[in-house]
Design a protein. Structure first.
Length: 423
């Protein structure tokens, strides 16, 4: 299966990566100067960065000025040879470049065409580009996940909307391919960062007519008053938590704790697991008492005291001690790792969830293993990320362009590397 990727940055390159892991031949079409991620995501060498290297393994790459009319015949041959095209460009640019679905489907009617429109095709931002930080803000997820940075919420890493869109895009492609297997029909598939973020926020971003209108009325009035007083993000979110998530306040069961020598993660999501947690720790939860009423001032005070007791208790023993005690009591838990510690974590190592690849330009590097494993058709990484302009001539030759034609296109700037103009 051949996939052609017209995309930069993260979301759709992640889709291409996953399809490559699953065995697809993925050809990445880069502009003449290369994907912008080659230059702005922790660059190591000219045209080579950590960010680009991580997201483009398993692919070959061709440099082409697809904005130029002279590239249309090259695009047509690529598309004619393809099963899937992945596109992530501003919607107004697609017809101008000849990369819209109608144009490409006329070349290859069986084509699966994945179009990523970051903020959706309609609305006041419908024709705009989109980035994870913008979508975190519009979707409301930043209000849930953002940590305080001065007087405003900070951008949350990793870029969950970008990565999630890559996963969903790959799923959409596979579903469309299955439909084509059954019917012979190609089709257009659409994903967006904004829709992905709203999907990821499902357990907090919802509305129920049976319960929410009166609560929202009180909350919105109080929030407006806070904002009029100049309250910052921390105060506004604390109000949201108390009014909109009263059951989540006083969380001692599903969270991270500081220990005597580090941190630990605890995950209890059922009454039975909560009871095990209380048995191991000896902590008494006032919510187990008859007549305890959530949402009252007295309840907030009692739950604040409960959290302090739990936090103080966890600080008395080491992470290793707590993991042993909690595991013995059947409580889900694990060590809290900083990113560099995952490379020596025994659970990750035992399952080979990180792999080492070798880049001809950058040398050995470690990254995540294919996240899907299959018995009959094993997944894997066939090659490291491509160097800039590495496969241009090779791919053009496969498309039956002659050496003279390739040299002429290079001379005209239609294909091949060309340094970006400095502003």
């Amino acid at each position: 299966m051949r996939v052609i990727e017209f995309a930069q940055a993260m979301a759709i390159p992640m889709c291409g990566l996953l399809l490559a892991d699953l065995g697809a031949e993925v050809i990445k079409v880069e502009p003449p100067a290369g994907d912008a991620f080659r230059y702005n995501q922790t660059p190591i060498l000219p045209g080579e960065s950590k960010g680009y290297t991580i997201l483009n393994r398993g692919k070959r790459a061709i440099c082409m000025d697809f904005a130029a009319a002279e590239s249309r015949h090259v695009i047509a041959r690529l598309v004619r040879s393809a099963d899937v095209v992945l596109v992530s460009l501003k919607p107004p640019d697609l017809p101008r470049y000849g990369l819209d679905y109608e144009t490409l489907a006329a070349v290859n009617p069986r084509l699966i065409y994945l179009e990523h429109i970051p903020l959706g095709p309609a609305g006041p931002f419908g024709e705009s580009g989109g980035y994870d930080v913008v979508v975190q803000g519009i979707s409301g997820t930043a209000a849930v996940t953002g940590v305080l940075d001065g007087d405003a919420p900070a951008f949350v890493r990793p870029a969950y909307a970008d990565n999630g869109t890559g996963f969903l895009s790959a799923l959409g492609v596979v579903a469309a391919l299955r439909h084509r297997d059954l019917t012979g029909e190609g089709q257009r598939v659409e994903t967006s960062l904004l829709s992905t973020a709203l999907t990821l926020g499902n357990n907090t971003i919802h509305w129920f007519a049976a319960t929410d209108p009166p609560v929202l009325e009180v909350f919105e009035a109080e929030l407006a008053a806070l904002r009029a007083q100049g309250a910052g993000f921390a105060e506004q979110r604390e109000l949201w938590r108390k009014r909109m998530l009263p059951g989540a306040f006083g969380n001692i069961y599903f969270r991270h704790y500081r220990t005597l020598d580090g941190f630990i993660s605890v995950g209890c999501l059922s009454p039975a697991l909560n009871a095990r947690f209380r048995k191991v720790t000896g902590i008494e939860d006032p919510r187990q008492q008859e007549g305890f009423e959530l949402g009252t001032p007295e309840a907030f005070d009692a739950l604040a005291a409960l959290m302090r007791r739990s936090e103080d208790l966890f600080r008395t023993r080491t992470t290793t001690d707590w993991i042993a005690a909690l595991q013995a009591g059947g409580v889900p838990c694990g060590p809290f790792n900083f990113p560099h510690e995952v490379f020596r974590d025994p659970q990750i190592a035992a399952n080979e969830y990180m792999i080492e690849l070798d880049s001809p330009e950058l040398g050995p590097y470690k990254t995540f293993a294919p996240p899907i494993r299959m018995d009959r058709t094993p997944t894997g990484v066939r090659r490291p990320s491509p160097a800039l302009d590495q496969h241009t001539d090779e791919i053009l030759a496969e498309l039956e362009f002659t050496e003279a034609e390739i040299a002429e296109m290079r001379s005209a700037g239609t294909v091949g590397f060309r340094a970006a103009e400095r502003s």
